[in-house]
Design a protein around this ligand. Structure first.
Ligand code: CU
Length: 377
């Protein structure tokens, strides 16, 4: 085999990037040394937990081209916070008003970066819909005709995918397949008629999802039944799950990739203990709609009670398949589980992810992340 000096360079660079989580600027492409110098604070993106060359999957690294390495460096670079201001809202999933136009319920979304607090002392760069994470709650009714106008004020193209909604292919939000990407400064209108089961759905970017969804471009879409439920729950709560990576005041897209793992975990855009408790009366029936927006699995566990799954991916569980009681349900990326339980016992009861690391904030020894208290009075 002929010796190729580029392999050595590639291997060294890849090892440095992966083992140390070194964050390089993609803009400077002349030499790796210059790239490293151009990085404002290379230590900032470093996750030294378990850092070791052992266990690292280096398969194929020596074959990476300069383009591959530049793409990887861009992937690992911090998200720009230039000219980004604090978000106008401090809570996600706020109900979105619509106007009626030609028989359509018309909703307006603007995708735009803001600074977002997941904890009082932890602020990240979020890519938001309407200045909140998750984006606003879009609530429609079976039979509605719906229009969603999306304006792109991000630094890169985007699209909107209405996850689980039965619509025409050209409204599906797949860039280069069903539509051209929406360029910065441009808008696109999505239109559909609600002709499917009532339940829990969601919407998210379908462009550069590895970055855009996790940075905040996701929200909930709930379809209400045309005929109101005979026996609605007393309390109905939606919990969107996401993951965040931030070090040294810089935000990084989090992903299941060495050196890019999240160090914060959020319910409706906030990490425990900054997640508002769900306060209920003893004997009330509670519905929780779990939506996993990010890139990780989350086995969500309820203390002190058993629950029933009443909806999966928006679809109601048929009566003759009901009755299985559980206390933990794993919500995979994209999935929705609607659970219901009667708050039988008074006291504070936790709902939390059962991957213990997901209940920490930046490796804290105290609780954080995916936890919320159900306070039964
Ligand atoms: Cu989890």
């Amino acid at each position: 085999m002929r010796f190729n000096p580029r392999w050595i360079t590639a291997s060294l660079f890849a090892a440095a990037a992966f083992a140390l989580g070194l964050v390089l600027s993609a803009q400077s492409t002349s030499t790796f040394a210059q790239q490293a110098e151009a990085t404002p604070d290379p230590m900032a993106g470093m996750d030294m937990s378990g850092t070791s060359a052992q266990g690292m999957d280096m398969t194929g690294m020596q074959y990476m081209s300069a383009e591959d390495m530049a793409a990887m460096a861009a992937h690992m670079a911090p998200i720009s916070s230039d000219n980004i201001f604090p978000a106008p809202n401090d809570a996600g999933l706020q109900p979105l008003d619509y106007v009626l136009e030609d028989g359509f319920k018309v909703f307006d979304l603007v995708a735009r970066p803001y600074l977002w607090n997941i904890l009082p002392n932890v602020q990240v760069v979020a890519w938001t819909y309407n200045g909140m994470v998750p984006g606003p709650l879009i609530r429609v009714t079976q039979g509605d005709r719906v229009r969603i106008n999306l304006r792109n004020e991000l630094p890169e193209p985007t699209t909107l995918h209405l996850h689980g909604i039965w619509l025409e292919w050209n409204m599906d939000g797949m860039p280069h397949v069903s539509q051209p990407p929406i360029e910065p400064g441009q808008s696109f209108t999505y239109e559909f008629e609600v002709d499917q089961p009532a339940g829990t759905y969601w919407y998210h970017s379908h462009y550069h999802e590895d970055f855009q969804i996790g940075l905040g471009l996701h929200g909930a879409l709930i379809i209400d039944p045309a005929t109101p439920e005979e026996n609605p729950p007393d309390v109905d709560v939606t919990l969107m799950i996401n993951e965040v990576r931030t070090f040294g005041g810089l935000t990084f897209a989090s992903m299941p990739m060495g050196g890019m793992e999240p160090n914060y975990f959020t319910l409706n855009g906030k990490s425990y203990p900054n997640v508002p408790p769900i306060v209920v009366e003893q004997g009330q029936r509670i519905r929780i709609r779990f939506i996993a927006a990010g890139q990780f699995l989350h086995p969500m566990h309820l203390h002190g009670h058993a629950f029933e799954v009443v909806g999966v991916d928006g679809m109601p569980v048929p009566e003759n398949q009901r009755g299985i009681r559980m206390d933990t349900v794993t919500v995979a990326p994209g999935q929705r589980f609607d659970i219901e339980f009667v708050a039988a016992r008074s006291g504070p009861w936790m709902i939390h992810c059962h991957i213990p690391h997901h209940t920490t904030n930046n490796f804290s020894t105290t609780h954080g992340g995916l936890m919320v208290a159900v306070v039964v009075r």
